[in-house]
Design a protein around this ligand. Structure first.
Ligand code: BMA
Length: 322
């Protein structure tokens, strides 16, 4: 992935193979492919509700199909990245339940919900250990838990736990998966939301020994977007170069149904100066109106612009990385 950064910036889409704005679970289909004839290079998957033992994710994708999808992506030469919007272990609420500031404290060693959290991790481990090729080798997966923690909308966000609690949660989690579960095929990703300085970015960074990829999530919600995106990309690529880590915009999304040139004029031109491994846009929910989609789709007002984005030498799709 480090070498690929020299070649260009990969494009990723969340749940690309799982569904699109007008379809659900059609073998070999992605909205991105519908528009430009090629799949993304990076394929995002979401594991929320795995911890409950459910058969399908909070975004209605069967876990068996996610396992199959991850294997298919690997076989095709693509890269898998996994997010986990998991339940609040203390309250039983969702990831967005920020009613208690004690959730992280309860999960770490010595906390009242530590054993419960280990049960969540055991389910996660079973899932991760099932990601093998036909020959029995483990499939490398980029795993990105506890994200957007510079904001406070998830129970692991910055106003909901101390710096030490957050770092301890990371350290315990990675060590448990590595040492107790013998899992060594995950590349751990640290991804903040917006940040204003390198110090702020690194404030809760759990350590070079744990983290393989650094990045940030940033959605276009106003006119300051391009400036903020560029500024964050500049800082994060510098930090990554200092540390020798892979670097990415781990989530993005813009008003692609209202701004027909968002792909090239906003996203691509802002990120062009930086050596980023990838940019991933969020999902095209099949059960929500198309105007909330973050990826391109057939008939989308920015469809032609996405083809330009695709044809630009800076962007890499599946065929470019095989
Ligand atoms: C959010 C939204 C939700 C989704 C969640 C996890 O940003 O897309 O609809 O459930 O991500 O994928």
């Amino acid at each position: 992935m480090l070498k690929l950064q020299d070649k260009g910036m990969m494009f990723g889409h969340q749940d690309a193979l799982a569904y699109g704005t007008s379809w659900y679970a059609e073998e070999g289909r992605s909205d991105v492919k519908d528009v430009c004839g090629d799949h993304p290079a990076i394929f995002g998957w979401e594991l929320g509700h795995l911890e409950l033992g459910d058969k399908y994710s909070l975004d209605s994708v069967f876990f068996d199909n996610i396992i199959k999808g991850i294997k298919d992506v690997h076989r095709m030469g693509g890269i898998n990245t996994v997010s986990w919007h998991f339940r609040n272990v203390l309250t039983g609420g969702s990831s967005w339940d920020i009613s208690s500031k004690k959730t992280v404290a309860a999960m770490i060693p010595g906390g009242g919900k530590h054993e419960e959290y280990k049960k969540y991790l055991d389910k996660l481990a079973t899932f991760m250990l099932s990601l093998k090729t036909d020959k029995g080798t483990f499939i490398p997966v980029h795993f990105r838990p506890f994200h957007e923690h510079t904001g406070s909308w998830f129970w692991w966000g910055k106003d909901l736990c101390t710096v030490d609690e957050y770092k301890t949660l990371w350290r315990f989690t990675v060590n448990y998966l590595r040492n107790e579960k013998n899992i060594h095929h995950l590349l751990y990703g640290y991804s903040t939301d917006r940040f204003a300085s390198e110090e702020e970015y690194l404030e809760r960074y759990p350590g070079d020994d744990l983290i393989d990829l650094i990045g940030f999530d940033l959605y276009d919600r106003g006119p300051e977007y391009a400036a903020t995106l560029g500024n964050c990309a500049k800082m994060v690529t510098k930090i990554a170069a200092d540390k020798g880590k892979i670097v990415a915009v781990t989530e993005a999304g813009g008003p692609i149904t209202k701004n027909p040139e968002w792909w090239t004029k906003t996203l691509l031109e802002t990120l062009r100066p930086y050596k980023l491994s990838y940019v991933l846009v969020w999902r095209n929910a099949f059960n929500q109106p198309p105007h909330v989609a973050f990826g391109p789709y057939k008939g989308c007002p920015s469809e032609q612009d996405f083809v330009k984005f695709y044809n630009d030498p800076k962007t890499l799709f599946l065929r470019d990385i095989r």
